[in-house]
Design a protein around this ligand. Structure first.
Ligand SMILES: [Zn+2]
Ligand SMILES: [Zn+2]
Ligand SMILES: [Zn+2]
Length: 111
């Protein structure tokens, strides 16, 4: 596990929207200012690594507010969302890549 700066609160440990108050603890890192992510991972395309759901004041549903999504390497651009991480026409993470914008490359079967 690797510790990365909490994307949702930008490493402040406080709720970025000050909900319910400016003293609120970040709901993603619980005030620890960083979160543990299992490498390898890719930046979350759905929230552009911000950890914030683009359509609400909640943590990103794709990366759980971490800003990154664990994904096996090598990766390639998701063919469904073209790397944008969202479902076309819906404010939801892409079902194919789960919001990462990239998918694990399928093992070439050379048999
Ligand atoms: Zn946080
Ligand atoms: Zn995200
Ligand atoms: Zn996708």
């Amino acid at each position: 596990m690797k510790k990365v700066k909490c994307a949702f609160c930008q490493g402040t440990g406080k709720d970025p929207f000050e909900v319910p108050s400016e003293l609120s603890t970040c709901q993603v890192c619980a005030g620890h200012k960083e979160v543990e992510v299992k490498p390898p991972y890719a930046k979350c395309a759905f929230c552009n690594g911000r950890g914030i759901n683009p359509n609400s004041r909640l943590s990103c549903s794709a990366c759980k507010g971490h800003g990154v999504i664990p994904i096996k390497r090598p990766v390639e651009t998701c063919p469904v969302c073209a790397g944008r991480g969202d479902s076309p026409g819906a404010h939801l993470p892409c079902l194919e890549c789960k919001g990462a914008g990239v998918i694990s490359k399928k093992e070439e079967n050379t048999v």
